[in-house]
Design a protein around this ligand. Structure first.
Ligand code: SAM
Length: 188
């Protein structure tokens, strides 16, 4: 899957971010996972392999082509039966889900993280962890360097996400600088 992603320029969680991601998954050992942004199913597979013994994953992906590839990889791993894959716009699908989920991995449209965070609220289990990838976006979100014009909206929206999770009552957030930056938000 790593070779496929590299060859076809599919953005999967990068090597340094992956280690941090795995540390958290292994620490939490989630049972019911919601993943926003499947791509070819690489992080889904990590969640299935390192979550609790009974882990299931609901995962959302816009691209039908990537979703089909993901299914093929999960089938080869014998884990297709543990995944509920929904194709379409995550912002719409989130309003149709029921939950509860004890772990959410946000890794789709970076400009939509604030919207995703609001929409997952009714879906969260009392004890839950929300992990958001790429929140430091190449160092521009909290770093001193001004982002190139084409990235400014994304950077602004990721800053808004960090502010939101830091100020939402009942949650605490830690920003990990590994990979492209991971925000780990837990219900207190
Ligand atoms: C960074 S990739 C996900 C990588 C995957 N989580 C992994 O680490 O293996 C982001 C994915 O989100 C999908 N995506 C982007 N916008 C989306 C949207 N509005 N709704 C659903 N999926 C979306 C993209 O097609 C892309 O495959």
């Amino acid at each position: 899957m790593e070779a496929y992603a590299a060859r076809h320029h599919v953005p999967i969680i990068n090597e340094r971010g992956r280690r941090a991601f795995l540390d958290i998954v292994q620490q939490e050992r989630p049972h019911r996972v919601l993943e926003i942004g499947t791509a070819i199913g690489y992080s889904t597979l990590l969640l299935l392999l390192h979550g609790a013994a009974d882990v299931t994953v609901t995962t959302l992906e816009l691209s039908e082509e990537r979703a089909q590839l993901a299914k093929g990889f999960w089938a080869r791993a014998g884990l297709l039966g543990r995944v509920d894959l929904r194709t379409g716009n995550a912002g719409d699908i989130l309003t149709e889900l029921t939950g509860p989920y004890d772990f959410v991995f946000i890794d789709a449209a970076k400009g939509q993280y604030v919207d995703y965070f609001h929409k997952i609220q009714p879906l969260l289990a009392p004890r839950c962890t929300i992990l958001a990838d790429n929140v430091l976006f190449r160092g521009y979100v909290l770093g001193p360097e001004r982002a190139p014009r084409r990235y400014r909206t994304i950077v602004k929206r990721l800053r808004a996400y960090i502010t939101l999770v830091n100020h939402t009552p009942g949650f605490s957030t830690e920003i990990l600088e590994r990979g492209d930056g991971l925000a780990v938000t837990r219900r207190k």
